[in-house]
Ligand binder design. Structure first.
Ligand code: AKG
Ligand code: FE2
Length: 300
């Protein structure tokens, strides 16, 4: 789901005087959220654009959206704080921005590191289907990625797949196996606002049918020791995710928002030859997580 901004809205947002944001612990402060919402509410056709965004993320069959902010990025400069404040203001319409990582800024860089494990975040290889913070009891409700630069060599399309649709295509035997607490992945330390470490976890939580997380990362198939039957069932789920995937190349200024209760995400490999690209020219995304709070009045 791609959402373009009406041109009168773009024109008005370019001049909007949003102040620097403030944090309250890991969360964007209520005062900032109120201020940004008030400013944006006064711009033309903002309400309908925000409603379209929420519908794409939480409506029937929905679960992700790409908000096309490229014109704003061009007008303001993509690295300009004013542009990042506008992207933050759109995020506020979905849920509450927060940073689970105490030492990192609200928006976290995902660049390209040629020396990193290729399958990891900011690695150069295939970033397989996963949800972010999969091993937390309370993963972020939304993960969002703002594209600053594409891979100049042309690689790295984003991939998305409807996780509940993939589960529905599993054999009955596999569906029973993925509902067992037999999975684990990664480490867990020093995180805010995402609950406790969940280990082992079930991929499918039977107590929240339909609306729950499909707590999956294909990375555990290679990186975690799993029992044979449970690994086979998870592999079948990965195959179904790939079968149902959509893929597209994020452009500079595109803001991808993923409802982690509906869709899983990943990224195809970057193009060969990243070591020949100067670091400052390599693909760059900024990542922000959102919590659907009961109190913010925006999250459905
Ligand atoms: O590089 C990308 O497009 C996706 C990165 C990602 O999913 C992550 O870092 O969690
Ligand atoms: Fe991710």
């Amino acid at each position: 789901m791609f959402i373009d901004l009406p041109s009168e809205l773009e024109a008005s947002l370019i001049d909007l005087p949003l102040p620097t944001w403030e944090l309250d612990g890991p969360y964007l402060a209520q005062s900032t959220r109120d201020r940004y919402r008030t400013e944006l509410a006064a711009t033309p056709r903002f309400a309908e654009t925000a409603a379209t965004l929420r519908q794409a993320l939480t409506g029937e069959g929905g679960g992700y959206a790409v908000l096309r902010l490229g014109n704003l990025a061009k007008a303001l400069g993509i690295g300009d704080d004013r542009f990042l404040r506008l992207a933050t203001a759109f995020a506020i319409e979905v849920a509450v921005p927060f940073s689970p990582f105490p030492r990192w800024p609200l928006w976290k860089d995902i660049g390209v590191k040629v020396d990193k494990d290729p399958w990891k975040s900011s690695g150069i290889g295939y970033n397989a289907f996963h949800m972010d913070l999969v091993n937390a009891t309370l993963p972020p409700d939304y993960t969002t990625l703002l594209c600053v630069r594409t891979d100049p060599l042309g690689g790295g399309p984003s991939i998305l797949s409807d996780s509940h649709a993939a589960v529905a295509r599993l054999s009955e035997k596999s569906r029973a196996l993925v509902a067992e607490s037999a999975y684990h992945y990664g480490t867990f330390f020093d995180l805010f606002g995402v609950g406790e470490e969940y280990k082992p976890f079930p991929i499918l939580n039977g107590s929240e049918p339909g609306g729950g997380f499909v707590r999956f990362t294909a990375k555990m198939l290679e990186r975690s020791q799993l029992g044979q039957a449970h690994a086979d069932a998870a592999r079948e789920l990965e195959a179904e995710l790939v079968r149902g995937q959509v893929s597209f190349m994020l452009q500079p200024g595109d803001y991808l928002i993923v409802n982690q209760r509906r869709f899983l995400h990943g990224r195809e490999a970057l193009h060969d030859g990243q070591d020949t690209v100067p670091v400052s020219d390599r693909r760059l995304l900024l990542q922000l997580f959102l919590r659907a709070g009961a109190d913010d009045g925006s999250a459905a």
